[in-house]
Design a binder for this molecule. Structure first.
Ligand SMILES: Nc1nc2c(ncn2[C@@H]2O[C@H](COP(=O)(O)OP(=O)(O)O)[C@@H](O)[C@H]2O)c(=O)[nH]1
Ligand SMILES: [Mg+2]
Ligand SMILES: [Zn+2]
Length: 363
């Protein structure tokens, strides 16, 4: 069985350069035939270009899948057209139009407009910019560990808001279920999961180590493109390996092994599930996730249990922060809305406010 690692391009071998023109043509024909099935061109698209999906960005190269199990190495150029204004040129999950390569490196002529994206606000010196973690996704699998690292609903809520902003489905995954029994916060963790379920979000309790809940998880993510997001150490890579039944992502447990020729992955990579039943995106440890361009006044709409109460707030346009006669605050006092959930909202609003002010200040 072939073994893959996060940063090993063996999972996405570029197509070998053919030795003769004839075999090269044959190969292109083969690619075209297969790509037609999967990446069908829509009207108006250049017919001389090949359509594909960016699976991995590896330094200067992008690994593009043009048909099931067929990948090619490609690169963007200065004149690459972007369907996404003022954004990262290319991210994993992007659908691209490739020019047939004369050499073994194809040229990405165009990046098509994204259906959605998981993107974070990144800082470089005094500038801020958007870092697209992954594009065109169906589900965000928000992964938490039970004990190590401890379960923190604040980060879960932050990702929920990002998902709702972008019309992405939410799946809350509690990994390391094997640690739950001995965790003194077990009751709280289970209560929180029940609460999320009552809001209509999918959830799963799993253990990458023992395999508990993995079949159920596999059913939920079937035929979807899912991004695993969450703190470093919660077990995202381990989950991927358990789901696939083989080592396709490098976990922290293995990093101490020989690292010759290895480097820590800083980009996400998309991996096609066996039999092409969907895709999974493994993200590296995302430091300080904050959804790019999050408007503080919009966050309250993504805490969906606030919506029916809104009309009962005394102030029109109440932000539910410190206004008098706020029905949301009252619901928290009455323990209808859990305090932890409300605290998530207030912290996120404060963070978004800080960001907004610093942007204004920076202009
Ligand atoms: N007890 C337990 N440990 C786990 C489980 N899943 C992952 N781990 C361990 O948690 C650590 C971090 O896992 P890793 O997959 O690298 O986390 P990532 O940073 O989110 O990708 C490793 O030492 C794993 O062996 C689990 O279900 N139970
Ligand atoms: Mg990992
Ligand atoms: Zn209010």
């Amino acid at each position: 069985m072939q073994k893959y690692t996060d940063d090993d391009s063996s999972s996405t071998q570029p197509i070998r350069r053919s030795h003769s023109d004839r075999s090269r043509k044959k190969e292109i024909k083969h690619r075209e035939r297969h790509s037609e099935k999967k990446y069908t061109k829509t009207e108006g698209e250049r017919t001389d270009l090949l359509k594909g999906k960016a699976l991995q960005i590896d330094g200067a190269y992008v690994i593009v899948e043009t048909a099931p199990n067929i990948t090619t190495r490609a690169r963007t150029i200065k004149s690459t057209i972007s369907g996404n204004v003022n954004s990262t040129l290319i991210a994993v999950g992007d659908i691209v139009m490739l020019e047939q390569a004369e050499t073994d490196i194809s040229v990405i002529r165009e990046v098509l407009p994204r259906k959605n994206k998981l993107s974070r606000l990144a800082h470089k010196k005094r500038n801020t910019f958007e870092q697209v973690i992954a594009a065109n996704i169906d589900l965000i699998g928000i992964v938490s560990g039970a004990s190590e690292p401890p379960f923190r609903p604040g980060l879960v809520d932050k990702y929920i808001v990002a998902a709702l902003e972008e019309n992405i489905g939410v799946l809350i995954i509690l990994n390391k279920a094997d640690q739950l029994e001995t965790d003194d916060r077990k009751e709280f963790i289970l209560e929180a999961l029940t609460y999320y379920r009552s809001l209509g979000y999918l959830s799963a309790i799993v253990s990458a180590e023992t395999g508990e809940g993995i079949d159920e998880l596999r059913d939920i993510i079937k035929d979807k493109t899912i991004v695993f997001a969450g703190k470093s150490g919660v077990g995202k890579s381990s989950l991927l390996n358990t789901l696939f039944g083989q080592e396709i992502a490098r976990t922290q447990g293995l990093t101490k092994k020989s690292q010759r020729g290895m480097h820590t992955t800083t980009y996400a990579s998309i991996i096609a599930m066996p039999d092409h039943q969907g895709y999974v995106v493994d993200t590296p440890g995302i430091k300080e996730f904050f959804h790019f361009d999050l408007d503080p006044t919009q966050i309250k709409f993504h805490f969906i249990e606030f919506l029916p109460l809104q009309q009962q707030c005394q102030m029109t346009g109440c932000l539910h922060i410190h206004e008098a006669g706020c029905a949301v605050s009252e619901a928290v006092d009455d323990e209808i809305i859990p305090e932890w959930r409300y605290n998530s909202y207030v912290s996120l609003w404060e963070e978004a406010e800080r960001e907004r002010k610093s942007r204004i200040g920076g202009i």
